[in-house]
Design a protein around this ligand. Sequence first.
Ligand SMILES: Nc1ncnc2c1ncn2[C@@H]1O[C@H](COP(=O)(O)OP(=O)(O)OP(=O)(O)O)[C@@H](O)[C@H]1O
Length: 288
Amino acid sequence: MSIKLEHLNYIYSPGTAYEKQALKDICLEIPHGEFVGIIGHTGSGKSTLIQHLNGLIRATSGTIYYNGEDIYKEGYDMKKLRSQVGLVFQYPEHQLFEVDVLSDVCFGPKNQGFSPEECEEKAREALKLVGLKEKYYKSSPFELSGGQKRRAAIAGVLAMDPNVLVLDEPTAGLDPKGRDEILDQIAYLHQQRDMTVILVSHSMEDIAKYADRLIVMNKGQVLYNDRPKMVFSHYQELEQIGLAAPQVTYIMHDLKEKGFDVKVTATTVAEAAEEIMQAVQARRGRKE
Ligand SMILES: Nc1ncnc2c1ncn2[C@@H]1O[C@H](COP(=O)(O)OP(=O)(O)OP(=O)(O)O)[C@@H](O)[C@H]1O
């Protein structure tokens, strides 16, 4: 279920005064099962890029291959692609509109042609996966908290049983506890369902914690596409485009400059703590 983008360009309102090239010559390959983070400053093209992945936007030029098949070739089944590559928009709760949560989550499978019984079964399974308690199934989506609405919206996509889950800032506007809960749930789904996850985020800390790979967008182009640790080693270049590596990257570089024997590759608090402990023990050992 790999996704491959070849020389993708996208121009909004071509030939008008509002013409804007949002994507420039994007070449990427995302193998099945990866957890990919996408980061970039406002307007760098993240949302435009992910909307190409399920055919919602058609590239001005270039090609996308899903599972080796050109999605722009004549007769390609776009409907099937949309159910295999599930897209959760920014503030997805704005798209909850049915009378109750269960009916809302049934909407996708209903469109896929499943019977009412099958839809309910799929919806219940998806709601369980996102950790929404059964007592909310018959509530109006509008009665839920922000985090619960987000879960219901993610369940709506999961009920269609996608191979790829694309999320545009799923934690925007949530408090720290709600953010961690949603991201832990997504990481759990990634493992449980063997799904590719593509997560647009503004938080380098979140990317460091969850992603196998990080794509950094800048002015419509891919600036970096590598393991997060490798990308964070370019922290000075990231700063130049208004981004910052996780706080621990700076702490480790600082300690190194102060003569501590630490590797600078730690990107999470847990990894940094481990390295610092080892460096302190090594220092003590040398003194004794
Ligand atoms: N419908 C549109 N018409 C014209 N230009 C657009 C449209 N949508 C986005 N753009 C422009 O395309 C560029 C990329 O926008 P996009 O929304 O993809 O960026 P983004 O990285 O997702 O930003 P954010 O982090 O703010 O969501 C920006 O310059 C934006 O102003």
